[in-house]
Write a protein that binds this ligand. Sequence first.
Ligand code: UD1
Ligand code: CA
Length: 453
Amino acid sequence: MDVVILAAGLGTRMKSSIPKILHKIFDIPIIDYVIEIAKSINPENIFVVLNPSLKMVIEHLSKYNVNVVFQKEPKGTADALITAIPKLKSDNILILNGDTPLIKKETLTKFIKLYNKNPLDMAILSFYPEREHSYGRILRDKKGNVKRIVELTDLSEKEKSLSEANSGVYVINRSTAEFAREIKKNARKGEYYLTDIVEIAIKKGKKVEAYPLAKEDELIGINTRSELSFATKYLRDRIVRDWMDKGVTIYDPQSTWISPNVTIGEDTIIYPHVFLEGNTKIGRNCIIYQGVRLKNCNVEDNVEIKDCTVAENAYIKLGAQIGPFAHLRPETTIGRGCRIGNFVEVKKSTIGDGTKAAHLSYLGDAEIGKNVNIGAGTITCNYDGKKKHKTIIEDNVFIGSDTQLVAPIKINKDAYVGAGSTITKEVPEGSLAISRTPQKNIEGWAKKRREKE
Ligand code: UD1
Ligand code: CA
């Protein structure tokens, strides 16, 4: 079987400078879902029909092993199929819409089986939408046989009540597909509707059937921003349900957003308003508190990430505690059992096992050893206005509160830095570095001042 993905429409209803099929559901473009679905049935070839003006899409698809066919002008879905026909190599064709990304593999396999078993010349995947919609309607005769598909623009008042909708997913054999060339231009829209092929095929004695095998949560077509939002919610529900089935506790499925490529271990608990994005991987027995956003993070088992923490490209090892209000920026590794507390920002740094930075710090371009204590308000001054410099802190160092470490700088192991210091020179192993001005107490000063007032 060959797959043809119709994706040459301009998607004007999105009102966007970005081509419709590059809009994303979670962090993945719509067209990528469709290509994945196409691949899942192991077809001979995948053809994607594109408009030559959609440069961004052409560029985007260059990373996939698919054949691009250009439809010169968007003259309708029938014309789109016609442009692909001469390139096809198989006798049967699965047609998918580029804007219908949520079909499950099982549904598609079942659908193709029914087509093959009967056998049919054309099968239509249909569904019963539960909201007001603009899908084409499937028209059946009194016996229940499919007669034709009517588009919204051509629906009579009576036909509007028809509830079976066309998903735009079809399997068709080559000779039946050729009838697309006989389709007349739709008078109202000025387009060639592929859906008109049904009536022509039946008149020519071909066998056509429609199967309502799924709901709109799989078959939604995305034409508008509102439908993009519906699709995102449908997929959110599916993914969240799946993780709950696999043993993850999710307090509030409706406010939990887990991207398709995220993985989560058993007995992890997720509070409301959490976003897990990209290729984030979360281990077992973790607790992710409310308002956390993790993108492309690797989180080992037993980690607690407290409220309103944001982390990107961070590796958080076993049993660490992060947040609330922590910010882990790319290329950060947090060691086992570490504690990174409130208002601590870590960037491109490695933090050794058991180290604590519990409050109000900036650690950037730092290499910090094991069991180090970073006092409240510690800042690595890593930037001289031109370049970034490194801070190295070895094992068991104690950095007193409100310290500035002016990089490049090295604090050797077992050293102490007194609170309120500005450290500009290397601190030798086991020593105390202190750089604040000595304290002076002026006795009786306060009394004198009050007397002056
Ligand atoms: C289409 C169907 C409708 C069905 C719905 C399902 C037709 C006439 N109507 O309507 O019955 O219920 O999908 O979602 O087919 N395209 C091209 N070239 C074109 C025009 C469109 O490649 O010249 C592509 C689009 O990029 C899109 C797909 O074909 O991916 C469907 O086109 P669209 O305009 O979205 O059709 P709908 O109005 O949604
Ligand atoms: Ca559509």
